[in-house]
Design a protein around this ligand. Structure first.
Ligand SMILES: O=C(O)C(=O)Cc1ccc(O)cc1
Length: 414
C-alpha cells in the first residue's frame, strides 16, 4: 500500500535574506505572521491566510555544512537554541533546495505515522533526505521526515503533530497577532491547487511516482482530455499539456481537503512559452504557481489590488469575445465587474470534467473564476492565483488560453 497523507500542512519557500517576500505576503497578500524561528544562519517565518500556510525560509549569512551545526565551536552560537531533533544544518523541517533563485520547493503534508511511512517510501525505492526525526519543545513534540520528489527541486516533508499543542511546529515561537475584527475582504480559505512546471516528456513518470509513493489518483480536468495524453491545448501560440492528480478521495470543489496537483508540460509550438521560461529561469522543474481558494473573488481581488498586488491583465479582447458577456451573465456574474478587476470566467455544462456533478441538475452550468498575479520574484517563475469555484472542479480552456496570452504579453514586454 502507498503511504497515506492526511492533509496538506504548508508550502515552503526558500529565498535569500531581504528579498521582501515576507513583507509582500503580509502587506500585499494580507497573510498573518504567526510563528517564527531564528538562528544565526536561518530565519523561518510561518504565515497564514485561512487554512493556507506558507513557510518562508531565509538563509542568513554563510551556511555551515549540515554535519557541523550546531555543535561546531568555530561557528557563531545560534541566536535561538535549536531544539532537540534538528535534522538539517540550516532549516528545521526541510532540506536546502539546490536552486540559484528564490523558489517554492516543499509541499509539506501531515501524516499519522512517520516511521511507518518512511519505511514504505524506502521499500518503494525513495531514499529519504531526512530520516524520521523528533523535535521537542515545551509544547510537545513533532516527528517528521523529508523525501525528495521526482519533480525538479520539490521535496515533501511528512510530519505528525498529533503530540504538539503549539501554534505551528516544535522549535517555532508564536509570533504576530491573531487578527480580530470584521471579516477580511481579502479572504482566501485554503490552497486549491499546486501547479508544477514539468520538463518535456516527464508527466507519466511524475504521475507514476506520486501514485506509487502516496497513492495519488489521476483525475480528468476537462472533457476534451485524452486518457493517455492528458489535456492538450494547442494552437494560436499555446502549447500546453495538463494532467491532474489528487491525494484525497476528492470532495465537493471548494473544500480544504481537496488540494489538487496539476502537471504542466510544454508542447512544441512557435513563440515564447511560459512553462519553458519557468524551467529556464528557475533552473529546472518545480512549483510554478499555487491557487488560493476564495469564496468571493471579486472582493479578494479588489482588496489585494488596493494593497499593491499586481495581477496580469487579461487580453484586451477577452470580455468582448463572441458569447463571453452572455456566458458571464448566464453564470450570474456581471461582465463589467469582472473586467474591471481582470477576473476570468470559464463555464462548463454538467458532464464536462469529472468533479462537481454531485447534487447539480443535468443542465446546470458550473463555472470557475480565476485571476493570476505577476511573478512574485525577480525571475519569471512563481506566481499566485485566486480561484473561486462554483461547482467546476477542473480547468477550462478559455481561461488557460487567456492566462497564457496575458503572461506572454507580460513576458514579451520584459
Ligand atoms: O489554470 C490553472 O490554474 C492551471 O493550473 C492550468 C495552467 C497551468 C500552467 C500554465 O502555464 C497555465 C495554466
Amino acid at each position: 500500500m502507498a503511504a497515506p497523507l492526511s492533509r496538506l500542512s504548508h508550502i515552503a519557500f526558500h529565498v535569500p535574506a531581504g528579498t521582501g517576500l515576507v513583507s509582500d505576503l503580509v502587506d500585499k497578500f494580507r497573510f498573518h505572521l504567526f510563528a517564527s524561528r531564528v538562528t544565526a544562519c536561518a530565519r523561518q517565518l510561518a504565515l497564514r491566510k485561512g487554512a493556507a500556510v506558507f513557510l518562508v525560509n531565509e538563509r542568513l549569512g554563510e551556511a555551515p555544512p549540515a554535519h557541523t551545526f550546531p555543535s561546531d565551536p568555530t561557528r557563531p552560537a545560534p541566536a535561538q537554541q535549536p531544539p532537540l531533533g534538528h535534522g538539517d544544518g540550516e532549516f528545521l523541517y526541510d532540506v536546502s533546495p539546490s536552486c540559484p533563485v528564490s523558489t517554492a520547493s516543499n509541499v509539506c503534508f501531515e501524516v499519522q505515522d512517520v516511521p511507518s511511512i518512511s519505511r514504505r517510501l524506502q521499500e518503494r525505492g525513495c531514499p529519504l533526505a531526512i530520516p524520521p526525526t523528533d523535535v521537542t519543545d515545551d509544547d510537545g513534540s513533532v516527528t517528521y521526515c523529508v523525501v525528495r520528489s521526482v519533480v525538479g527541486n520539490v521535496s515533501h516533508t511528512l510530519l505528525d503533530r498529533s503530540r504538539y499543542r503549539g501554534a505551528f511546529l516544535a522549535g517555532f515561537r508564536t509570533a504576530g497577532d491573531i487578527p480580530k475584527g470584521p471579516r477580511d475582504p481579502a479572504e482566501a480559505t485554503h490552497f486549491d491547487h499546486i501547479t508544477y512546471a514539468c520538463s518535456r516528456g516527464s508527466t507519466r513518470a511524475v504521475l507514476d511516482w506520486y501514485q506509487r509513493c502516496f497513492g495519488f489518483q489521476r483525475f480528468v480536468i476537462n472533457r476534451q482530455e485524452d486518457a493517455a495524453e492528458g489535456y492538450r491545448i494547442r494552437g494560436h501560440g499555446v502549447g500546453l499539456r495538463l494532467t491532474a492528480m489528487r491525494y484525497g478521495k476528492g470532495s465537493e470543489p471548494g473544500l480544504a481537503d481537496d488540494c489538487k496537483f496539476v502537471l504542466a508540460e510544454s508542447l512544441p509550438e512557435p513563440g515564447k512559452n511560459q512553462v519553458d521560461t519557468f524551467l529556464e529561469q528557475h533552473g529546472g522543474a518545480g512549483i510554478q504557481h499555487v491557487g488560493l481558494y476564495t469564496a468571493d473573488i471579486v472582493s479578494t481581488a479588489r482588496a489585494l489590488a488596493e494593497a499593491g498586488v499586481q495581477f496580469v491583465e487579461p487580453p484586451r479582447a477577452y470580455y468582448s469575445e463572441a458569447g463571453k458577456a452572455e456566458e458571464i451573465w448566464e453564470a450570474g456574474q456581471d461582465p463589467r465587474l469582472l473586467s474591471q478587476h481582470g477576473i476570468l470566467l470559464d463555464s462548463e455544462l454538467a458532464g464536462d470534467g469529472e468533479g462537481g456533478g454531485r447534487g447539480s441538475s443535468p443542465r446546470q452550468r458550473r463555472y470557475l473564476m480565476q485571476i493570476f498575479t505577476k511573478p512574485i520574484f525577480p525571475e519569471e517563475t512563481f506566481f499566485l492565483e485566486l480561484i473561486e469555484r462554483r461547482g467546476a472542479a477542473g480547468f477550462g480552456e478559455g481561461n488557460i488560453r487567456a492566462l497564457w496570452k496575458s503572461v506572454q504579453a507580460y513576458l514579451d514586454k520584459e
